[in-house]
Ligand binder design. Structure first.
Ligand code: SF4
Length: 285
């Protein structure tokens, strides 16, 4: 299960951004091919239950077994099995319905499983989630110490965004790093500062009393830069609802004077969307 080259192309000048060239759909490479039996299978120990493969499978042959890890349907009543993996011979993916509800164990396990991923797998997860919810995006090449920016991409209106990905204790540093990222995007890629949306992509919101929220407000007050915040849990929620994201322009995902609730920003119909795990949608109290 791989992405096409065209999916990894960025609009305009940002296509020069040196991104991760990986075509893998699964961020942990948990999907394997059993050549002897012509069947795909999932290494459950490596599966983080993100749902990316389920969203991508054109045959609907993958599901979250017991709401925990991906499982490939091995029975082949329609004779779909082929003798080896073949690119470009599959129908278009038509996403609809719901991959899983947000109260399944895989959702609750995300902080532990994603938090344990290495840097390369984390950025691959984020890139693929952004792509799957409809955004043209690219993440930094793993191990590339010359590039400071974690991710770049575009909203649907082709407005550029720049992102810092933080799944550990460095959340507080993320808005400060975004200032640097905006400067790089402006000076090296020639985008006007007021047309760049900076966004922190984090695993969980820090405690409501964390300095994070004040730093974001300070940056907006002094520099006029509106840093957005989205969590990996929110991206997974969109993916599991087969929904899309317009981008990071506008007021959504910003931290105003009060607090932030991503359930309200996601544009999903269900007003009582359960939080997949604490801190996924709103600051922990
Ligand atoms: S659910 Fe995610 S981690 Fe598990 S096999 Fe699918 S893409 Fe890989």
């Amino acid at each position: 299960m791989e992405k096409n080259e065209s999916e990894l192309t960025l609009f305009g000048a940002l296509d020069a951004f040196p991104g991760d060239p990986s075509h893998d759909v699964c961020p942990t490479r948990a999907i394997r091919w059993d050549g002897q039996n012509s069947v795909a299978f999932v290494l459950t120990d490596d599966c983080i239950g993100c749902g990316l493969c389920i969203s991508r499978c054109p045959y609907g042959a993958i599901s979250l077994e017991d709401g925990l890890t991906a499982s490939v349907e091995a029975a082949d009543p329609a004779g779909l099995a082929i003798t080896g993996p073949a690119m470009g011979e599959h129908p278009e993916v038509n996403r609809s319905g719901q991959i899983a509800t947000l109260d399944v164990p895989a959702a609750a396990n995300l902080p532990g499983k994603v938090g344990a991923l290495d840097d390369g797998r984390t950025t691959l997860l984020v890139r693929n989630l952004l792509n799957e919810v409809g955004l043209n995006a690219r993440t930094r090449r793993r191990g590339d110490t010359n590039v400071r920016i974690d991710a770049v991409g575009f909203s649907r209106s082709e407005r550029p965004f720049v992102a810092e990905i933080e799944t550990g204790t460095g959340v507080l540093e993320s808005p400060r790093a975004l200032i640097e990222d905006v400067a790089v995007l402006h000076s090296r890629y020639d985008y006007p500062v007021d047309e760049i949306d900076p966004v922190s992509i984090i695993l969980s919101f820090p405690n409501v009393r964390s300095e994070y929220y004040q730093v974001v407000r300070d940056i907006e007050k002094v520099l006029g830069l509106r840093c957005r915040t989205i969590t990996i849990g929110a991206l997974v929620a969109l993916l599991w609802h087969c929904a899309t994201l317009d981008g990071f322009d506008g007021d959504a995902f910003t931290i105003g004077e009060g607090t932030i609730d991503l359930a309200e920003c996601l544009g999903l119909d269900d007003a009582k969307l359960p939080e997949p795990y604490p801190g996924a949608f709103r600051p922990v109290r």
